[in-house]
Design a protein around this ligand. Structure first.
Ligand code: GMT
Length: 376
């Protein structure tokens, strides 16, 4: 198939999934055309079958705001005409599903549009009154809609009153690449041999509750010698650096900023903390699980679909810092349980969320939407 993929190129789950999906589809013989305003972060080397088309933004003094939605629609039209796309896969509904709808109306050539809902496009941004009617319309007009968790599917149906079948296709990880590696040198850089290592990976937005991560760590350190590695960057980073000083934890916390090579860092870690306020899936937790790192998380959104309480980690109510700290301490103090959890994390990542399995699900869904196969 000739497939167009529209996504955000930045550090974030939807862009990662879109890029990894495109790469995996290309390996399976499809021709992939990425369309975005910059090269997607994980599209870092030349790969056959993959092409990148940049949306050019023109400015004009009359425009107070950049007009990305029509610019993207025009680029989709151009790529679809030149390359004869069979379908266009829009990741993150705003504004990609809208541009895709516009392009399809202009094209009239049978190109199908599939929209994948990722999270805040539905739970946060899309609900704003200035976007909601356009979001509902654009999602309903897509030929196929997928959501990354059952939670997100239900939220979309109820919040938007959408009368449309939404297929749940969970996020995935390349378990060949994401596997625990020998990491003693990395561990030594962060901690002594007596210390445990906790890790958190996010875009430091309010929904991630990074201050909770720091407070949980503070409680853990009262009982166990430990270090905390914080990976990523975003609006809450300065406040978190301040909080770590207020709590006198600054010598035990390393803010690493954005990192592209996560496997060595995850392989050095003992537990991942994800106390999010909202999380439709939790891709960072899945990547940790693939590297045998148990996750202590909040109970929100799709997290209970990803990890199993008491098997791959622990789940607590949002904001219950004491409970999350207690769970982390229990796990760090019990070597036998830790070993069991580690194994369970890896098995669950490989058996339920491996890239090869999920990419086949997308392929079947594409075929269904194009009309090549019947729905099961
Ligand atoms: O909202 C974000 O944090 C970014 C967003 C994205 O599109 O990059 O993440 C969402 O999509 C990821 C990939 O499907 C999911 O793993 C995240 O759980 C989801 N984030 C939220 O729901 C907060």
């Amino acid at each position: 198939m000739k497939i167009g993929i529209v996504c955000y190129p930045t550090y974030g789950g939807s862009g990662v999934i879109a890029t990894e999906l495109g790469k995996a589809l290309a390996e399976r013989g499809h021709q992939i055309h990425f369309i975005s305003y910059a090269v997607p972060m994980r599209l870092d080397s030349y790969l056959g079958n993959i092409f990148y088309h940049e949306v050019e933004m023109s400015t004009y003094p009359v425009f107070e705001f950049p007009l990305y939605t029509p610019a993207l629609a025009s680029k989709i039209v151009e790529v679809a005409r030149f390359e004869h796309l069979d379908l266009l896969h829009a990741h993150y509904a705003i504004p990609h599903a809208t541009s895709a709808y516009l392009a399809r109306q202009i094209l009239h050539d049978g190109m199908k549009v599939i929209t994948t809902l990722h999270g805040t496009d539905i739970t946060l941004v899309g609900l704003e009154p200035s976007f909601l009617p356009v979001m509902k319309f654009s999602i309903e007009q897509s030929d196929g809609v997928t959501a990354v968790s059952r939670f997100l599917k239900e939220k979309t149906l109820t919040n938007y009153g959408i009368q449309k079948d939404i297929r749940v296709i969970p996020n995935f990880v390349d378990t060949e690449k994401y596997r625990r590696i020998e990491c003693s040198r990395v561990r030594e850089r962060f901690a002594t041999s007596e210390e445990k290592i906790l890790v958190h990976v996010s875009n430091f937005r309010a929904v991630k509750r990074v201050p909770d991560v720091i407070r949980i760590f503070g409680e853990v350190r009262k009982k166990i010698p430990a270090k905390l590695i914080l990976v990523g960057d975003g609006p809450d980073r300065s406040a978190c650096e301040m909080l770590s000083r207020e709590l006198a934890l600054q010598d035990h916390i390393r803010f690493l900023g954005k990192q592209t090579e996560l496997v060595p860092l995850l392989s050095a870690a003992d537990v991942m903390l994800m106390p999010s306020q909202s999380e439709s899936f939790g891709l960072a937790a899945l990547e940790a699980m693939a590297c045998e790192v148990p996750v202590v998380s909040s109970s929100v959104g799709g997290l209970p679909e990803l990890q199993v309480h008491g098997e791959t980690g622990y789940i607590a109510e949002i904001g219950d810092i004491d409970r999350m700290a207690r769970y982390t301490i229990d796990l760090l103090m019990n070597d036998t349980r830790m070993a069991m959890f580690r194994r369970a994390c890896r098995v669950r990542a490989v058996e339920q969320f491996d890239v090869h399995r999920i990419v086949r699900d997308y392929e079947h869904y594409y075929e269904e939407c194009i009309g090549a196969t019947e729905a099961p």
